[in-house]
Design a protein. Structure first.
Length: 89
């Protein structure tokens, strides 16, 4: 699987923000992604990433909508699984 494959959501046609968020994750190293813990609080997750605004949305250029922590977490977990860094379950 290459980075372009990882930029497409599995569940339908993407918008610019869907692709941008997934592309953002392709630039994070395997080692860094393996640090992620699913049981982190939202605050811990935002601190780990270090790229969230004070209003709680991810700072991402060229996006049509804000990416809130719930969407960020869901797409991150999907991305980790798709990169085969962790298995489902």
């Amino acid at each position: 699987m290459n980075d372009i494959d990882l930029e497409r959501p599995l569940d339908g046609p993407p918008d610019e923000t869907d692709i941008g968020l997934r592309a953002y994750f392709t630039r994070i190293s395997d080692d860094r992604l393996l640090e992620y813990q699913a049981d982190w609080s939202d605050q811990q997750l935002m601190e780990w990433d270090g790229n969230f605004r004070s209003d709680g949305a991810l700072m991402l250029v060229c996006c049509e909508r804000d990416i809130e922590i719930g969407e960020y977490r869901a797409v991150l977990e999907e991305h980790i699984t798709r990169r085969q860094l962790r298995q489902n379950g």
